[in-house]
Design a protein around this ligand. Structure first.
Ligand SMILES: CC(C)(COP(=O)(O)OP(=O)(O)OC[C@H]1O[C@@H](n2cnc3c(N)ncnc32)[C@H](O)[C@@H]1OP(=O)(O)O)[C@@H](O)C(=O)NCCC(=O)NCCSC(=O)C[C@@](O)(CC(=O)O)C(=O)O
Ligand SMILES: [Mg+2]
Length: 303
């Protein structure tokens, strides 16, 4: 019987790959792909008359497969459905790391899920507070309420924007360059940063359009997201590469950190590195770059 260690609230989550919880062929060896997180789906990938079967498959997978360092999140059905409470009981009993609340629209939605998780942890003798939460923001209302959602529970580590449902609500299609998602993406990143939680970009559904996927991934990184939802293993490598600092960025960050300490010792707060002005926020950002380089395994220096 597998028991997973206590999940870390904040950890590397560059890639969160969806898979239908009902399909043993997909979930049995999902850890081999090396994504930071997998999302076992009980929601839209599972047909309405297969929800019990999917929970059964999920529970058995959690008890018999060692997913190792790969975080295991489950997407539960939305609060407008008759399924979400039973989904939560199944997730907690199975010992998943976290629950992704589909179609989350308000802080009240998060609090309802939190209360159901509290109760399930008591029912199944699971350590109180063990099960983490994240919110999927899939509607204009959910995105307008992003900050309240992100601050609604201590269990919540982050939020994801979900463009499939969002585009449907907004009566727009996928556009090259992503203009149709621009305001929503910005709002979600800003809300998450203000709340001190992580934020994840949406999945790219056109798996054969690699150029479109790569452009969207680069844009997500530039906007400040921590990672991206994925639907196919072919998408993992590019996301991991994009969300790690480049060697050029690392070299500059090292130069900045080293010189900043020397300058500070001699009483200087602002100066230039390679012709660019730097002061304390640049120093702190450089430290973050080196920290991220270490976490993503691309740091070879001695800082
Ligand atoms: C799209 C496709 C059917 C294509 O399959 P294909 O088989 O043609 O793909 P291939 O590339 O040929 O697969 C090569 C090998 O990888 C294996 N393999 C493929 N995918 C794998 C995977 N995900 N996990 C593990 N293994 C995998 C495959 O079994 C094969 O293994 P093998 O046979 O051994 O060689 C498949 O990828 C897939 O099912 N994706 C997940 C779809 C899903 O869950 N959607 C729901 C969540 S989104 C949503 O709901 C919208 C949202 O809510 C999102 C939000 O909230 O953010 C919103 O509103 O936007
Ligand atoms: Mg959706």
């Amino acid at each position: 019987m597998i028991t997973r260690p206590k999940p870390e609230k904040f950890r590397l989550r560059r890639s969160m790959m969806f898979m239908n919880a009902q399909k043993p062929g997909l979930i049995k060896d999902a850890y081999i792909y090396g994504t930071d997180s997998i999302i076992l789906d009980l929601e839209d990938a599972v047909a309405e008359n297969q929800k019990d079967m999917a929970r059964f498959s999920l529970y058995n997978a959690m008890k018999s497969i060692d997913y190792g360092d790969t975080e295991v999140i489950v997407r539960i059905n939305g609060l407008e459905t008759p399924h979400w409470q039973e989904d939560i009981r199944c997730c907690v009993a199975a010992g998943v790391d976290g629950i992704r609340i589909a179609k989350c629209e308000s802080a009240d939605d998060v609090k309802k899920v939190e209360a159901a998780v509290d109760s399930a942890e008591k029912e199944f003798g699971v350590e109180e507070g063990r099960t983490l939460l994240m919110a999927a923001l899939e509607s204009p209302l959910g995105i307008m309420n992003a900050y309240q959602i992100c601050t609604a529970s201590d269990r919540l580590f982050g939020c994801a924007i979900s463009a499939g449902d969002f585009r449907k609500s907004m009566h727009v299609k996928i556009e090259k360059g992503g203009i149709e998602m621009f305001t929503a993406r910005g709002q979600v990143v800003m809300a998450a940063r203000a709340a001190g939680v992580q934020c994840f970009d949406t999945m790219w559904p056109n798996i054969d359009d690699e150029a479109g996927f790569e452009a969207e991934t680069i844009q997500a990184k530039k906007l400040g997201f921590d990672g991206k939802s994925l639907v196919n293993p072919r998408q993992i490598a590019f996301v991991h590469q994009t969300f790690a600092p480049t060697q050029k960025e690392i070299a500059y960050a090292e130069k900045l950190v080293r010189s900043f300490n020397e300058q500070a010792d001699s009483g200087v707060g602002v100066y230039t590195v390679d012709g660019k002005m730097v002061d304390i926020p640049f120093f702190e950002d450089a430290r973050r770059t080196i920290d991220m380089a270490k976490k993503t395994g691309v740091y070879h220096g001695d800082l």
